[in-house]
Design a protein around this ligand. Structure first.
Ligand SMILES: Nc1ncnc2c1ncn2[C@@H]1O[C@H](COP(=O)(O)OP(=O)(O)OP(=O)(O)O)[C@@H](O)[C@H]1O
Ligand SMILES: Nc1ncnc2c1ncn2[C@@H]1O[C@H](COP(=O)(O)OP(=O)(O)OP(=O)(O)O)[C@@H](O)[C@H]1O
Ligand SMILES: [Mg+2]
Ligand SMILES: [Mg+2]
Lengths: 229, 229
């Protein structure tokens, strides 16, 4: 469902060029529960941003569902993201003037195929799934760190995308809440065959993944497959 | 070093009053390594903000080094914070237009007792301690999540404060980096007798704490003391 071919990502820093990703080549099968781990600064977020089409590689190609994303217009990419890719950002990126419910609803507004009633139903359902029904009207600055993270999670899941990109989705959650969220995602993965791609430092997530990738200094250093029941 | 007496914190949410903290009474001895744990939304950040004097209780009193902070002017509080309290925020709160080094230096600019040479020395020293010497000139948007977290940590430690308030300082760090940062803080705690107060979901931090507090729904539900070598 995701194919990455000889992808490089460079950043300019003053006069220097920083190589954040080197020669990444990789295929991700549909329906996997994949964890990318690696030290701070190793390139996990950079890679997720390229797969999520919110950034472009310096070299190389990325294919989502078989389509070359470098051929797509900004409008096509925005459509792709609102239909197929749910992104849970490391820094949440909630809209401060909107309530929790409005934040969850926001990406659905673009979807002409979803009725207003269906939209409201999904918002209520996913806020409930992450334990935040009582906080639907709170704005982000009226929420704790872990509550904001859960709004970001509900927002990505409510799209019912084919691919969920989750950048450290449990970093700000206590163990019990983290386990609940992980089980929710596993359920969705099993029932709807949604592909989950995590960047994570959390051993709980790594333990429940069926594919593992290790990164270091912008390289992929190991691939692992686990046969899970 | 910190005394909290019958502290309550309420928030207005539309017509409702949300009680985020109930009747917190607690004394924290100088030089402890204290971890506050509890579910997402239980009030940890709220409590840290009150101890750090960046918020005021709705009722009750807070004493820092014996002084009642409700008597202090905004200027006195700002001085107190720039001298005695290092705060590592859950959302880092770095200044986007400044480099990593400038962000670490920022609270020191207010300190007329520290020479420019001493300031530069401290910035270099603490950036090195958190493994970011090579990233001194990067701005926050040119840093990974864990790198930003480490800049926030260096910024708080460079003040050499008597109290460090750390709101989930390892949430975005891989295990190895998290352990290094924790050992650094333990060293500072032992050598300089700095008081460390953590809000955390990380078992590694809890395991190295000599005082533990559990919170739930705005109440303290348990206190623990560990006799550590
Ligand atoms: N705009 C930029 N300019 C220069 N360097 C950058 C920029 N963005 C990221 N980097 C560098 O790219 C490297 C990879 O960053 P990335 O955010 O992908 O790391 P990460 O694996 O997600 O780390 P963490 O676990 O800390 O979140 C880092 O060393 C970072 O300093
Ligand atoms: N400005 C506000 N208005 C209304 N409610 C608020 C406001 N700020 C915080 N709250 C509520 O106060 C409670 C405690 O929040 P706090 O940020 O202290 O939790 P926390 O223990 O730090 O959680 P986490 O582990 O998720 O970071 C939460 O339920 C939150 O929704
Ligand atoms: Mg990252
Ligand atoms: Mg918090």
């Amino acid at each position: 469902v995701v194919r990455i071919e000889h992808v490089f990502k460079d950043y300019q820093l003053g006069e220097q060029t920083v190589q954040a990703l080197h020669d990444i080549t990789w295929s991700i099968e549909a329906g996997v529960f994949l964890a990318i781990s690696g030290p701070s600064g190793s390139g996990k977020t950079t890679l997720l941003n390229l797969i999520g089409c919110i950034d472009k590689p310096t070299r190389g190609k990325i294919f989502i569902n078989g389509d070359d994303v470098s051929d797509m217009s900004p409008n096509d990419l925005a459509d792709l993201r609102s239909r197929s890719i749910g992104f849970i950002f490391q820094t949440f990126n909630l809209l401060p003037v909107l309530s929790a419910a409005e934040n969850v609803e926001y990406p659905l507004l673009r979807r002409t195929d979803i009725s207003p009633e269906e939209r409201k139903k999904r918002v209520a359902y996913f806020l409930d799934m992450v334990g935040l029904s009582k906080f639907a009207d709170n704005r982000p600055n009226q929420l704790s760190g872990g509550q904001r993270q859960r709004v970001a999670i509900a927002r990505a899941l409510a799209i019912k995308p084919s691919i969920v990109l989750a950048d450290e989705p449990t970093a700000n959650l206590d163990k019990a809440t983290g386990r609940e969220i992980l089980s929710l995602m596993k359920q969705i993965n099993r029932r709807l065959k949604t592909t989950f791609i995590f960047s994570t430092h959390d051993q709980k997530v790594i333990d429940r993944a069926d594919r593992l990738v290790q990164m270091e200094d912008g390289y992929i250093t190991a691939f692992g497959v686990r046969n899970e029941s």
